[in-house]
Ligand binder design. Structure first.
Ligand code: ZN
Length: 283
């Protein structure tokens, strides 16, 4: 199944590409906010399996009506250096433990937005985002996908100077300016994919492809991340995990390249959809 926030309302996109407003279709059993739905995810899936309602054709919905499908998580986890080719371009060894940081919730935004560039070196990182559908604590990798509501496209926008400020490298602030955490356009449940551990992802700037990878190349695949994170921290319904980026970021290029006002960044995961962001001078 595919879910989305369309005009700020929780929506189901059916297999025949119609859009159903779930608050209306359920006569208020579910509210219009998608974030609350993750608390009752199994119940929502059950309802959606039986919902019979005329929807709006998906083709009538403008791309800009789609919002962030996980706008208010209680926790956001992000994983660094989770693809060997990206670790190499960043001059790091392939990690034996996943480096973990957060993107603060105010950095999150939807799949179609302008992003104001702060001073410094603002870089792109396309990532698979996973959203939890159940509380996961001390979960084995083998069971992990059962705790995931779905996947979406994410960008872990990063300001590279700020990342190195301080006595030791720190990521969270440098990756948390407003707009630095886009997610969207839809949330796709794991059962929609032949293999949810092998998805193509990539990004383009002004039509030029700069990143292209496959999630099967992750150092720590999604189930392993769930196992390692949940061994320490309970993961809560609606929590978001940015799972790391493949090679092709601006910092790893010769010469280095960073986002400029006027650039259009398109990010995609095949089978999920694409996001489109315009960079503007904002500071
Ligand atoms: Zn990242």
């Amino acid at each position: 199944m595919r879910f989305a926030t369309i005009s700020d309302r929780l929506s189901l996109i059916t297999a025949s590409d119609t859009v159903i407003d779930l608050a209306r279709a359920s006569r208020g059993r579910f509210g219009p906010g998608i974030q609350d739905a993750y608390q009752r995810w199994d119940e929502l899936l059950e309802f959606c399996a039986t919902v019979a309602e005329e929807g709006t054709p998906l083709s009538d919905v403008p791309a800009t009506a789609f919002g962030n499908p996980a706008p208010n998580p209680r926790q956001v986890f992000a994983i660094g250096l989770n693809y060997a080719d990206h670790a190499a371009e960043s001059s790091f060894a392939v990690p034996e433990e996943p480096p973990v940081f957060t993107k603060f919730v105010t950095s999150l935004t939807g799949p179609h937005a302008t992003i104001a560039l702060p001073p410094g070196k603002v870089d792109w990182e396309v990532e698979l985002v996973v959203v939890l559908g159940r509380t996961a604590h001390r979960i084995a990798a083998l069971d992990a996908w059962r705790y995931i509501a779905g996947v979406s496209v994410g960008q872990d926008i990063s300001e590279r100077d700020r990342q190195r400020v301080g006595p030791a490298p720190q990521f969270s602030m440098a990756k948390s300016y407003p707009g630095f955490g886009p997610i969207g356009p839809v949330l796709v449940t794991p059962d929609e994919f032949d293999d949810p551990d092998d998805l193509e992802l990539g990004c383009l700037i002004n039509g030029e492809q700069l990143q292209k990878g496959r999630t099967s190349d992750m150092v720590f695949p999604v189930p392993e991340l769930i196992a390692r994170l949940s061994a320490i921290t309970p993961l809560l319904p609606g929590d978001v995990i940015f799972t790391g980026t493949p090679a092709g970021v601006g910092l790893g290029r010769t010469p280095e390249r960073f986002l400029r006002p006027g650039d259009e960044l398109v990010s995609y995961v095949r089978g999920v959809g694409e996001m489109r962001h315009l960079m503007v001078a904002g500071y």
